[in-house]
Design a protein. Structure first.
Length: 123
């Protein structure tokens, strides 16, 4: 049996200029999961840092900006809140929209938070 070694930290940079949100997010999620690494293990996080640059230059259509709705629940009866994408960008910035999109592509398990900490988004 081969001993488990700590791999070297790897940095991936993704340029989001004139690319769609889903394409950029899926590429980032693919790298965060370690699928680009030769030492991929599903039960461990890898020291992979993914940087998305030029997030403000993403190609977002006006139909998507008005049609995409983000839902959240406060925990109280009648506490479901809906926010459109253009409202979310105005309130929290494009970085939060990209972060939510990538977060939705990571499996829901204990490794989700450590993987998402390795995502850096620059406007």
């Amino acid at each position: 049996m081969t001993p488990i070694t700590n791999p070297e930290p790897t940095t991936y940079t993704i340029d989001a200029t004139n690319r769609s949100l889903g394409r950029v997010a899926s590429e980032a999620a693919h790298a965060l999961l370690g699928k680009r690494s030769a030492l991929m293990m599903k039960n461990r996080t890898h020291p992979i840092i993914v940087t998305i640059e030029n997030a403000k230059k993403l190609h977002l259509t006006s139909q998507r900006m008005k049609g995409k709705i983000y839902l959240r629940y406060t925990g109280y009866p009648g506490g479901q809140r809906a926010t459109r994408m253009d409202e979310m960008i105005a309130k929290k910035g494009i970085e939060e929209v990209v972060r939510i999109t990538v977060d939705g592509m990571i499996p829901r398990n204990r490794l989700r938070k450590p993987r998402m900490k390795n995502l850096i988004i620059k406007a």
